[in-house]
Design a protein around this ligand. Structure first.
Ligand code: TMP
Ligand code: ASP
Length: 238
């Protein structure tokens, strides 16, 4: 497999073509962004940590029967993935109230949500990733209704698998964002799962161990990501 020219540079990852049109290389950079790209900083080791974190989680999800684009870890900062036709929507499940839910609805951070909520956002930084609903997705052709239904069902299934993994490491999975795409007609989980796209709190102290440390200027961002990783059994030196 040969890595070819860069196709696209996102806020934290770059995507490269390979000599196989069905496969791409994801390169995880040290760039860390918040507030729809309005703030970007480089954090040492971040690319490596998120690449290995994502590889570990995608493998666990695949073992649990959730189809993902992940193929293989290629290096500290790169992974091989399937080339998906991405839906431009973000699927968010929340187990506990935090972030934009609290701002939008005026609810207190930390309230348990039973059942967990499911929300959709349009992937559009210029518009600030506005919240949308299922009918928007269909009317604007961002995805077919049955593909969106599959993505939604997979998003909930991910919750069962990951809540248990993080609970074993003494953490609460507060919320997370997933992105899906189509590969030869099948809906697969794409993008990444790392502490950049979820909220994780220590179960005892409620300490924030995710990108809110960066958003809120709490410091120790990558140290927290590594701590989360070690608590669920990731060896970042491997
Ligand atoms: P929110 O509280 O800002 O709506 O975010 C909910 C969760 O989804 C949180 O874990 C962060 C994640 N998320 C992203 O990673 N990127 C995004 O663009 C959005 C809208 C959410
Ligand atoms: N939307 C992501 C966040 O809230 C990334 C970004 O805003 O740049 O952190």
């Amino acid at each position: 497999m040969e890595k070819r020219q860069e196709l696209y540079a996102g806020k934290a990852k770059s995507v490269f073509r390979t000599d196989d049109p069905d496969k791409m290389v994801l390169m995880f950079r040290d760039d860390t962004s918040a507030f729809d790209g309005k703030r970007i900083e480089q954090l040492d080791r971040k690319g490596m940590v998120n690449n290995k974190f994502n590889a570990f989680i995608m493998t666990k999800l695949q073992e649990a029967g959730i189809p993902t684009h992940f193929e293989a870890l290629l290096s500290d900062n790169e992974s091989l993935v399937k080339n998906l036709d991405m839906m431009p929507v973000e699927c968010v499940v929340r187990n506990v109230a935090a972030g934009s839910l609290c701002r939008r609805l005026g609810v207190e951070e930390g309230i348990t949500l039973t059942p967990p909520t499911f929300e959709l956002f349009l992937k559009n930084d210029a518009l600030g990733d506005p919240m949308i609903n299922e009918s928007h997705v269909e009317s604007f052709g961002w995805a077919k209704a049955d593909d969106l239904a599959k993505a939604k069902a997979l998003t909930y299934k991910v919750n069962d698998v990951l809540k248990a993994i993080f609970a074993e490491g003494g953490m609460i999975l507060v919320d997370y964002k997933l992105e899906f795409g189509l590969y030869k007609g099948e809906v697969l989980l794409g993008d990444e799962f790392s502490p950049d796209g979820c909220r994780l709190w220590d179960a005892q102290t409620k300490e924030k161990l995710d990108k809110d440390r960066f958003r809120q200027g709490l410091g120790g961002v990558i140290e927290a990501y590594e701590d989360v990783g070690r608590r669920i059994g990731i060896d970042f030196d491997a």
